[in-house]
Design a protein around this ligand. Structure first.
Ligand SMILES: O=C(O)CCC(=O)C(=O)O
Length: 281
């Protein structure tokens, strides 16, 4: 098993250079089966009243079914979101002494689901410091056929922080921006058990799911402890729920320390009001 201490030489440098990296062997087949079943259960429960066919859903929902903060109401998901090897690796890649969870989310791309539009993540989040990272965990692996991710290498270092409306799909395609001219996405297939990490400022996208089965992915977004609240385009539950003031350090039981933890297992979820009913980014 890979741990941050046993990260292959060059992976941290590759992440800093490219803004993404695939870290092998972070999860065993037993963990994939157990956590995959727990996320399946959470997604099924959260979406049980939604009988719409794919074609009836919004453009955004056709890219994936998104269920956030599953760690709060799915005890079986909690050890995955706060998985020590996954969170420690995130900290090592960011070069942070400690990381907090921003939020987790299932991103299940249905059979026939459309592509995920290109975007950066951090413009959706009111965090000043660009020390954010997503662990993207495909339970069955990802392939070019089922909705693999593509990344624009080095795009996190261009000084861009562009809000892209992937919800309605209005606005310009960010990949046609002059700052990104000539850059082509690198498409990455992730074997089961490996985790793909991307920086919050890396432009990325995903292909459509041309297979007959769901692309089952869970993600956990971490940020360096000590980061502060900045302006956001929309209110964000990860800070609003805890009443984090503008400019204040983002630290609460809504965004607990993910690594290092003192051997006490995953944290308890915060009290009411609970996970947001409507997905945000
Ligand atoms: O899984 C996908 O299709 C997109 C994932 C993504 O945009 C993200 O994790 O930031």
């Amino acid at each position: 098993m890979t741990t941050a201490a046993t990260l292959a030489p060059g992976l941290v440098e590759a992440f800093r250079r490219d803004g993404f990296v695939v870290v092998p062997d972070l999860l065993t087949s037993g963990e994939l089966a157990r956590y995959g079943a727990a996320v399946d259960e959470g997604v099924a429960r959260r979406t049980r009243h939604d009988a719409r066919a794919l074609a009836e859903k919004s453009r955004y929902e056709q890219s994936f079914t998104q269920c956030q903060n599953l760690w709060e109401d799915c005890p079986g998901v909690r050890p995955l979101t706060f998985h020590p090897r996954i969170a420690e690796t995130a900290a090592a890649l960011l070069g942070a002494d400690a990381v907090r969870l921003w939020h987790d989310q299932a991103l299940y791309k249905q059979a026939g689901g459309r592509e995920t539009a290109p975007h950066q993540d951090q413009p959706y989040w009111p965090i000043v410091e660009p020390d954010t990272i997503t662990a993207w965990i495909p339970f069955d692996g990802s392939t070019l056929a089922n909705g693999a991710m593509g990344y624009l290498p080095g795009s996190h270092r261009l000084g861009l922080r562009e809000f892209v409306d992937i919800f309605t799909g209005t606005g310009d395609d960010p990949l046609t921006a002059s700052a990104l001219e000539g850059m082509e996405p690198v498409w990455v297939e992730v074997p089961a058990g490996s985790v793909a990490y991307h920086h919050g400022l890396t432009f990325h996208l995903a292909g459509p799911n041309a297979t007959g089965t769901v692309r089952r992915v869970h993600t956990a977004i971490y940020f360096a402890d000590g980061s502060t609240r900045g302006e956001g385009r929309y209110p964000h539950p990860s800070v609003e729920r805890a009443g984090i003031a503008m400019g204040a350090t983002i630290a609460s039981d809504v965004t607990p320390i993910a690594w290092p933890r003192s051997g006490d297992g995953p944290p308890e979820p915060p009290g009411e009001p609970g996970p947001p009913a409507e997905p945000t980014r």
